[in-house]
Design a binder for this molecule. Structure first.
Ligand code: NAD
Ligand code: TYD
Length: 340
């Protein structure tokens, strides 16, 4: 058995990972530590209720005593750190939790992992640490770190700390940097689920700036398969970029969603741009492809349709979310003052 501490496993990518990997691997025992912030949701893990290879623990990665206790009790040998504050807009409204969890929390995990001599520490990071691209070029693993938002700067801080632990202690760490994900269980503050849900509710779709910012989209299952390859075979001290070579301007995705849902483009509302809005992200993933044999399996057209169908079939899941704290956030983020 591999005893693995997965953090943030009740969030979007982490829950997809845990649900997927426990079906694929008989020899994984997962302790899932998640604080259940607004983004964490036990409903994402409902299929695992009777799975004896999964234990859920509600708690903070920044709680040193709890983290130490879990390492001792479950004889933790591996860490996969998904836990983070993950939304750029929220980081612009206020950044304290971002540094607290993404930097200090990661430090507590790293220090504990070092004391217990883990066999591997996998840090789940983002292409946003590289900053923004102009109209050409791709992020490679040697692109200099140059984050622009409070969110991406906190992720860059944790990445550098993780690399320092490799350099200083020769700790077996590895980092993945992925592009924008989409798929089931994504919290509806992010572009794709927000637009799907607003369209279904015949609400305006708020497009920042000119709608021509470009993101490089990957289906969450492709990301998670890449994560597991890096987890099992990635070389210590290395960074692996993950992306599906699927760049699209935001407005194109929004129009595609409207078309699929048979909703009018008159729902589109251009609103004041995000502060410091990165123009373009695009990933060169040739390293993980050549070294570990990964390649994306889902085409965008197919996977965006699957994603839209999932939100159509799981109204209960998102209706509970949008009737709670989400509404307060939504009013602050998209309040009247922001609309032209
Ligand atoms: P998410 O916001 O959906 O989930 C984050 C999870 O972490 C939640 O379940 C939350 O409760 C938990 N969490 C937050 N603070 C915690 C703390 N202090 N202790 C324990 N748990 C805590 O985020 P996501 O989209 O699933 O992202 C997961 C990871 O992947 C993050 O590290 C993010 O930076 C990275 N990433 C995300 C994307 C993307 O497109 N969403 C792309 C690349 C990388
Ligand atoms: P988002 O899903 O927040 O991911 P990130 O900022 O981490 O890339 O946003 C994706 C893109 O969509 C980004 O260019 C901002 C844009 N966007 C909007 O135009 N309107 C919105 O309401 C949101 C949430 C995002």
């Amino acid at each position: 058995m591999k005893n693995i501490l997965v953090t943030g496993g009740a969030g979007f990518i982490g829950s997809n990972y845990v649900n997927h990997i426990l079906k694929e691997r008989d020899d994984y025992f997962i302790v899932n530590l998640d604080k259940l912030t607004y983004a964490g949701n036990l409903a994402n893990l409902s299929d695992l209720k009777n799975d004896t290879k999964h234990i859920f623990v509600k708690g903070d990665i920044g709680n040193r005593q709890l983290v130490t206790y879990l390492f001792e009790k479950y004889n933790i040998e591996y860490v996969i750190n998904f836990a983070a504050e993950s939304h750029v807009d929220r980081s612009i409204l206020g950044s304290y939790e971002f540094y607290q969890t993404n930097v200090i929390g990661t430090n507590i995990l790293l220090e504990t992992a070092r004391r217990f001599s883990v066999k591997k520490f996998l840090q789940i990071s983002t292409d946003e640490v590289y900053g923004s691209l102009g109209s050409s070029g791709l992020f490679t693993e040697s692109t200099p770190i140059s984050p622009n938002s409070p969110y991406s700067s906190s992720k860059a801080g944790s990445d550098m700390m993780v690399q320092a632990f490799y350099h200083t202690y020769n700790m077996p760490v590895v980092i993945t940097r992925c592009s924008n994900n989409y798929g089931p269980y994504q919290f509806p503050e992010k572009l794709i689920p927000l637009m799907i849900i607003n369209a279904l509710n015949n609400k305006q779709l708020p497009v920042y700036g000119d709608g021509m910012n470009v993101r490089d989209w990957i289906y969450v299952i492709d990301h998670n398969k890449a994560i597991n390859l890096v987890f099992e075979n990635g070389r210590a001290g290395e960074v692996y970029n993950i992306g599906a070579s699927n760049e699209m301007p935001n407005i194109e995705i929004i129009k595609l969603i409207l078309k699929k849902l048979d909703k009018p483009e008159s729902l589109i509302k251009y609103v004041t741009d995000r502060l410091g809005h990165d123009r373009r992200y695009a990933i060169d993933s040739s390293k993980i492809q050549n070294e570990l044999g990964w390649k994306p399996e889902f085409h965008f057209e197919e996977a965006i349709n699957k994603t839209i169908d999932w939100y159509l079939a799981n109204k209960d899941w998102w209706e509970k979310i949008i009737s709670g704290e989400y509404q307060t956030y939504y009013d602050i983020q998209y309040g009247k003052a922001k609309v032209h």
